[in-house]
Write a protein that binds this ligand. Sequence first.
Ligand SMILES: [Zn+2]
Length: 473
Amino acid sequence: MTGRMSTHRYGRLISALAVTVALGASSVAQTKVVAPPNKYSVQDDVKLGQEASAEVRKQLPMLNDNRVDDYVEDVGQQLVAAIPAEFQHREFRYSFDVVNQKEINAFALPGGPMYLHRGMIESAKSEGEMAGVMAHEISHVALRHGTAGAGKSQAPAILGTIGQIAGAILGGTAGAVLSTGSQIGAGLKIASYSRDFERQADILGAQILARAGYDPREMANMFKTLEAQGGGGGPEWMSSHPNPGNRYNAILNESKSLRVQGNANTGQFQNIQARLGDMSPALTAEQIARGQGGQGGGTRPTSTSGRTVRVEPPSTSYRTQQPADFLRVSVPSNWEEVSSSGGVTYAPDGGFFRGDNGATAFTHGVQIGTGPGGGNLQRDTEALLNGFLRSNPDLKRETGFQRDNIAGRNGLTTMLSNVSEVTGQQERVALSTVHLPDGSLLYVIGVAPRNEAQTYDSTFRRVRQSMQIAQRR
Ligand SMILES: [Zn+2]
């Protein structure tokens, strides 16, 4: 048994060597990429990216479609696995989410969170083209372009206005208002990368594509596809990723030195595009700026404010629900699942509102969602909570973090008060968090009117304790 295994291993080693020799003899060497100097630590990247990511999630409407999200995540993780070892940072956690926005854009934040606009997926001609943009974005993250070139006392340029938030954490000054770049939400802007960084991201992106099993020329094709759209200046994406000159040919040239390793194509691209095509149209930046369909600040369902709400008390019988393939939770049997902009909400009849503008709110029930995690539960929870507090001036913290049993794991719960955007009355909010096996953050938000808080506190506790997290997602 062992003998056969080692023979097999040597066999593979020899054939791999033979391939390398053959390649070396026949082809040009691939371009060596060197990450630019950076005064920030890798941990700073992670922290800045998480802060910015929390803000993004508040300002932009997430698509929240499991099928599409899983697909993009699958493609993304194949690319992440192909990042050359010298550019892998153990602390980074790449995540891939789809924003329900029409404009053709995609952006990645330091440390790994990436957001793809639905318009980007819809405009790509193939999975390889979509992967091309993703590999380019991953390269900016891996090379730490978002923080490179900024002094320790300045906010990193790439974050633009997001940097104002991040600056407070690093003790730096707020980011300057940038005249170029890409608007990614009401108050957020991604500054342009320099042409040098663009050149690097194109080259490393091509190398990552080939290593992952995609034809690197697809990235060049995607840039052609992009240039053909969005009128004279090209789509949104082009304003933060300017053409360093001769882009198309530079990528084709690099591709000649690369060997595509295997075939990463999932074969799902057409299905995913068809699925998106069946949904109601993606929102435009203007609709989002007017607060239509977003979440958090400025997205109140205006047609419902000042309402009187009457709902049945939570049933004492519970039923098990499965909001995601890795999660089970028991909720009172008179609560229904409603999909909302922030995650999955379980609410009683009459306790959930969808405004004319598509924004959602609930007065009674729980919302379950996920966010980025960086390893320290209290810090991750702070980041999430700070995002909530910033977008909602009525939200106030009432207690510190208390250890809590969530899904049989060590979690944290903190109590907050708020003014209901539906009724205008005081309400109680219980925020609980726990890490998922992959390190990301799972949160549960229980909401009830202040005068019913006692009844609901025990309901929320029971819901939290009933949760079961699968070991593998
Ligand atoms: Zn770029």
